[in-house]
Write a protein that binds this ligand. Structure first.
Ligand SMILES: [Zn+2]
Length: 302
């Protein structure tokens, strides 16, 4: 016996409640929980004031298994200016051209698009959501192709404009990855634990250019955070929040650096012995010591 009133026989249930998704229908962004991860990170970027106007962009690569059989699209493939062999058949969420971080935080489905890289690894198709990707889509794909090889857990790429980090690139002495890394990551005792390989520095490229993206992909092979000359920062991470974590670590260090300089104090940072003791405790000393070996941007012995 049951107290429940008798319901309609199964065969009378509304078909739209029991039917599985049409296997030929394109993916619905509502089925992609990572969209909320992007929204939360965009909210934080807006709160921090790092993505003024429509500045910055963000992408997240996804495994394709969940969309198997649901990738139907009538969109014409768009050719890529680069080959991304490790991404053939993979999916990418990426922010749209001209979108604001603060708007994506509220309505990510309007500002973020879902794309699939074609099997030829030289073209892509739009599947759902925003269909006007940032002009830097080829650059993002080139970076994701490298990440898939060197740090596959880093599924997200975030580009933004933190003022304190851009200000650092105005200092000639900071236009060098080793000096930048050793100065900035000595400002706080946990900073280097997050980034034992340090921070990259990249000279000027015209904003949005493919050469900027390809150069960034080269730099990100070694270090997950990169400062662009008088432009902004780029980071890879385990999801959008992971990339943002690294950027916030570097920005905190820059905050301390600029506070000291503004007070007339020359920042000296952690003693080398203390830094090495911290890294050793967490098993990261070897990564620190090897960070600039065989690196063409290296400028001297540690
Ligand atoms: Zn930018």
């Amino acid at each position: 016996m049951t107290d429940h009133p008798p319901g309609p026989p199964d065969h009378e249930s509304p078909p739209d409640l029991i039917s599985p998704p049409d296997p030929e229908s394109p993916p619905d962004l509502g089925d992609v929980p990572e969209l909320q991860d992007i929204a939360l990170t965009c909210r934080r970027l807006a709160e921090l004031g790092w993505s003024e106007a429509t500045g910055g962009n963000l992408s997240l690569r996804l495994d394709g298994g969940r969309f198997a059989g649901r990738a139907a699209t009538t969109a014409t493939p768009t050719d890529l200016p680069v080959e991304v062999p490790r991404l053939a058949g993979r999916y990418l969420l990426i922010t749209g051209s001209g979108t604001r971080a603060r708007d994506i935080a509220v309505d990510p489905g309007a500002g973020v698009g879902l794309y699939r890289v074609c099997e030829d690894a030289r073209s892509y198709v739009w599947l759902a959501g925003n269909d006007h990707p940032t002009s830097e889509l080829p650059s993002h794909l080139a970076i994701h192709d490298v990440l898939e090889r060197v740090r596959p857990a880093h599924t997200a790429v975030v580009h933004t404009h933190p003022a304190r980090l851009i200000a650092l690139t105005h200092l000639p002495e900071m236009r060098d990855a080793r000096t930048l890394s050793d100065t900035l990551l000595a400002m706080q005792s946990e900073a280097r634990l997050h980034l034992p390989e340090g921070i990259g520095y990249q000279g000027f490229h015209p904003p949005g250019s493919l050469e900027m993206g390809l150069d960034s992909a080269r730099h990100l092979q070694r270090r997950p955070v990169l400062l662009w000359h008088m432009h902004g920062a780029l980071a890879s991470g385990a999801g959008p929040a992971g990339a943002l974590d690294l950027l916030e670590v570097v920005d905190k260090a820059a905050d301390i650096y600029w506070t000291l300089r503004s007070s007339g104090v020359a920042p000296t940072g952690l003693d080398e012995a203390d830094l090495r003791a911290s890294l050793s405790r967490y098993g990261k000393l070897d990564r620190y010591l090897a960070a600039f070996t065989d690196d063409p941007t290296d400028t001297g012995a540690r």
